[in-house]
Every structure is written in structure tokens, then in C-alpha cells.
Design a protein around this ligand. Sequence first.
Ligand SMILES: [Zn+2]
Length: 531
Amino acid sequence: MSDNYRRPGGSDPRTCEQPPSNKPRILLRGARILTQDPAQPEWLRGDILLQGDTILAVGKSLESRRLPDDQVIPSEGHLILPGLINAHFHSPANFLKGALDSLPLELFMLYEVPSGPDAAMSSRAAYIRTQLAAAEMLKLGVTMVQDDAFFLPVPTGAEVDAVFSAYRDIGMRATVALDQPNRPEAEKLPFLRDLVPPALRVRLEQAPPMDAADLLAQYRDMIGRWHGAADGRLRAAVSCSAPQRVTEEYFRALDRLSAEHDLPFYIHMLETRLQRVFGETDLGGRSLIAHVDELGLLSTRMNVIHAVWIDDEDIARLARSGAQVVHNPISNLRLGSGIMPFRRLARAGVPIALGSDELIADDAVNLWSVVKLAGLVHNIGDPDPDSWPSAPEILRCVFQGGAQAARQADRIGRIAPGYQADLAVLDLDTLPFTPLNDLPRQLVYCEPGRAVIRTIVAGEIVFDNSRLTRIDEAALRQEACTIMRSLAPQRERLLREASEWMPHYRAMYRRMLDHPVGMNRWIGDADPCSS
Ligand SMILES: [Zn+2]
């Protein structure tokens, strides 16, 4: 246990006074607690008292505050953490686990996004699809997800309702956005227009099926019906997907919507080398981050997803704006995107959260694996070992970073009075913690999520004793398989379409490699222009 982590401090319980209430109360008794609360980071043995969806008190012993009707959960030998926060995810890919070989993002997306009217998903299929990964996350102690959901071919009220209802019914905390580009494919990518034959160019230049006005109407509808639903467990966010995928008019309208309701704003920027080259070829030599900054649209509400191919000027712009970065290291390896300059961002004061990204970019949707990789991969990015991330630093990214990205730092990501009762309970009498040498390091380097025995969201036990309490997991799995079989013809059509486009996208990718960008975010000498 590092000294800066073990600060048992005083023994007075931390409490918040609440008016008398008949909300159900739970007393978790005798656990080891890592709070992520700077005022009291750890209790070697402590109690947590929950009332309704809120943490009422945390302390060495809360027995004196126990009421006759309280549910008491003996927690000796358990470790209690705040619920983990997955800061970046796209639920619409949930059926595609293991479906694809690794490919660069721009080629990979050809296999992911069906086009045409038959791409629409029934609301039941969207509901089951959403719950499939939510179930997996809850079983790993992940209590909150930021879902940057895309809808094909267009968002409908029924499908949006299905996604929110799925999270509501399984008991997960979620923030959901509509990730819908409104510019034609030809405008989002460099070189491609010149590389395709005329017949394909026509298709490439077609506008997406829903315009900005209709998308904004969908947003207003979603915010009106779902933002703050399920006692505040469900919230809306906005997403432009990426700056090169939307018109400036729509981008500005989304920013106003985000400011009006104080919503997180999801934006993918500089995930790939190709996106860096896009700045050179299509933005007059400015990076996408410089472009957004010069539009005056970088803000504290922004979740900048990936930020791999960024330079020092981009980092300075992010730091000045107060935006946060969401780091998805497994996705960045699966798609060969590169390695984000973690230490340079952290040193500049840019807050970092962690995400799994969509299920075909981290097929296991396992935030513990993301944690481990984030804790390891940056060791090969800097020869100075003092610059390598420590285990407590990575844990802060999960909890404080995730809560801040979601604009909920005052209510989640911490075990402290007044915070939401989102908890992950782990059994310390398990192999990852035997022998127990250092808790933060073993959480980051040893624990793949197997030790999670109980998950509590907003004061409700949603996973306990190997079982999700609100849904029938076996029935969910069975229905998911049935739906996936019914989607086989759509899938086959998508594969045929992708093979038609693939030679041209590969040509675009090769041309991108010839274009120097003055940096290398791949390992070793993989960048042909860097040597
Ligand atoms: Zn993403």
C-alpha cells in the first residue's frame, strides 16, 4: 500500500443529515472501503449506510445508527469501491462481439454500419441488444455508462425509448446521446472522392437521411422524455460523433443544447493517423482540435474521445478549454489507432477518463482490462519511469475522471455522504487478492473482474450472488441469439457491400501513409514517414 493512498485519518464517521424518510436502508457492515474521497481515502474496516439512492454515512462503525428495519449485509472480508464508470461506449454494436478481424478504424467501419432502410432495428431488438452489454458491465461492478448510441438509418422515438428502457429495467445508470453524422461520407475522409469510380462517387456524396432540424427535434424529444428519468439515473448527452462528420450549423446547435441543459458533449477527435492527415488536406493544415477550438466550440462539457494523434498545441488547447479526454486503450490497439500521449495530457492538467469503446473495439466490454492496459501501455511511451502511470492514478481516471466527464462529479464516483449509492463489492478471499500486498496495484494489475460479487446502483442491489436481480439473464442470452440469427441476411448484405468499397478504402489508407504528419503514435518505427 503506497503511503499516499493509505490515509486512515480520523475515525469519526462521515455523515450527511437527511430528514426522516421511509426509503429502504441498507447497512453494509465491516468492509474494507476505498472511497476515492480525498477527505478519507480508505477505511481498513468500516460500514456504509445507504438510504434510498443515497449514501447516508461512512464510518468505522455505524451500528449506533442502525434502525430495526434496516437491511444489514455482513461485509467482512469484502472490499467496497465506488461503482466503476465506463466513460465511452456505443451500445448499437453490442451484437457484434468477435464478429470482425482487426482493421484500421476507417476500414473497420465498413463492416459495422449497414446502410439502407433495412438497417433499421426493431425496438425489441434494440432493447435486448442494449441489455446484453449492460448485463456484462453490471456483473463486473460497472454501474454507469456513457452510451454514444448511433441509430440506423435514423433515430426513431421507439428505438431511443428502447435503449433508455433497457438501462432503466436492468437498473444501470446511463447517459445516452444520439451519435448521428449529417454530412456525406465523401466530406468526412481525405482522398476518397478521387479514388472511387463515378457510380460509387454518387453514393459517397449522398447526404445522410436525416437533416439537422430533424435531428435536433429528436434531441429535444429525447431530453424532454428521458433526461433525469428513473430518479435521475438516466440522463441525456449530446454527440456530434466527430467534427468532420457534421455541418457547422448542426455542431453549433448541439453545443447550445449541451450548454442549455449542462449535458456532456461527446466528440471523437484524432483517433487515427488518417484523421490527422484530414486536417492537413481538408482543414488547411490545422488539426481537428485546432479547428474546433477556432470555431470557439471546445468547452468544459466536451468529452474528447481518443485524442491519440495530438500534438503539443492540441494539448495546450484542450488544457485551456477545460475539456476532458476519454482514453480507450483497448479499442486503440484493436483498431491499430495508436497510443494516446497519457503523461503529456495529464501533465498539462487535462482530466482523463477511461472507456471500453464499442463492443467490437473491446469485445469483452471489460473495464478492468481497460484499467490494466491503461496502467501498462504508457510504460513504453516514455523512458523515464517517474512518468509512468501509478495504480492510484489509473483508479482516479476511472472514478473521478469518469464522473467529471459525465458532469456528475458531485454525485457519483465517490463513497461519501450525499453521493449516489453506486457500489462495487469485491470478495478479497479470491485468487487476485491472495496474497494481498497492495490493494490499488492488485486492482489495476491482478483483478479482471472475477472478484466482484455484488453491484449496487442508486441503492438497489442489481447483481448479487452471481445473479442479476432484475432480469433473467438466460432468457436475455437466448433472445439475443434468436435476434442475431434473424439479422443474418442483413449481415450478409453488409459484408457484400463492404467488399465492394474495401479496395477503395484500402487505397485511401495507403495514400494516407505517404503523407507525413510530423509525429508517430504507433510503437517502434511503424510510421513510414517517421524514420
Ligand atoms: Zn467511440
